[in-house]
Ligand binder design. Structure first.
Ligand SMILES: [Zn+2]
Length: 298
């Protein structure tokens, strides 16, 4: 079994048959590691653009890839073929955030008419792993930031070039490695159709109260004092991503406002719920306290 850390460089170019811009891959860089994270081999190639002869100034500045280097590259078809052969089969591929995976899927689809990534078996978003290991919550951190936190000399690895970034990521992986659990719990099976369905699923806020994804039981609200279900006095109104209705507790007579938000995710529905005293009509702010999130898995 091998771990492969893959990094891509790409250039935004207009694609006439898509009538839109595509992040077209211009370089592959990857490093293959054995189960002890020792380097086994490296892969690097430039990819010749099908869409443009010139790289964007921003891309040239960031990557130091020249137009000549890009033009001297191999076709995307050959790059995918060579890479697939180099990578082999019993592998777990790691990328820093899954952006490169989206770019790969788009390139394969738009430039080659393929639906899946031929060399992807197990997959890990290494950014997530490293952030968890470092205890960094919230925003996604850049590779350079993680390198800095771990005293890895980012510049030494020819920063912002595909192979350099892969080697830097390999070093970060070694320094954050969980020697007991390894990548347990982080590996996704990318050979299943479901992997792509999940990848492209866009979570959304449900705006129709009759949407079948909403479990009607979840529309009931309990009195915070009596813990009994309250009676709903008005129809549900949808406003600012929330369903709102007036409630009254039959026991204590308390008048309260129920605010519910249903977010449809790939795995189910995440519910945000708050039971608050009715507000004066002009204020429509989002209450920060007394809001609970629950998962309603379908
Ligand atoms: Zn009550």
């Amino acid at each position: 079994m091998h771990y492969i850390i893959l990094d891509l460089e790409w250039n935004s170019a207009y694609c006439p048959w898509q009538k839109g811009f595509l992040n077209e891959i211009i370089e592959f860089g990857a490093v293959k590691l054995d189960e002890n994270l020792k380097e086994v081999s490296r892969f690097q190639c430039f990819v010749r653009s099908k869409l443009t002869k010139r790289l964007r100034a921003r891309v040239k500045g960031l990557t130091n890839i020249t137009n000549d280097q890009m033009r001297s590259g191999i076709s995307i078809e050959k790059a995918i073929r060579d890479y697939t052969q180099w990578a082999g089969e019993d592998t777990v591929t790691l990328t820093w955030s899954n952006t490169d995976i989206y770019v790969l899927v788009e390139n394969l689809k738009i430039l080659m008419g393929k639906e899946t990534i031929p060399f992807l078996y197990g997959y890990v978003d290494i950014q997530k792993y490293v952030q968890n290991r470092l205890g960094v919550t919230g925003n996604q951190i850049a590779l350079g930031t993680a390198a800095e936190m771990l005293n890895v000399n980012f510049e030494e690895f020819a920063a912002h070039r595909a192979l350099g970034d892969s080697l830097c990521t390999a070093e970060i992986l070694r320094r954050t490695w969980d020697s007991e659990r390894g990548l347990k719990g982080y590996v996704t099976d990318a050979t299943k159709e479901e992997y792509y369905k999940r990848l492209f699923f866009k979570p959304y806020i449900i705006s129709d109260i009759n949407n079948p994804a909403i479990d009607k039981e979840q529309l009931r609200c309990r009195c915070p004092d009596c813990d009994d279900f309250m009676g709903r006095k008005t129809k549900w109104k949808y406003k600012n991503r929330y369903f709102i209705a007036d409630f009254e507790c039959k026991k204590c007579g308390k008048q309260l406002l129920g605010r519910l938000r249903f977010k449809k995710t790939y795995d189910g529905v995440v519910i945000s719920r708050s039971i608050i005293p009715p507000k004066p009509p002009q204020s429509e702010g989002t209450p920060t306290d007394n809001t609970n999130e629950t998962n309603q898995t379908n």
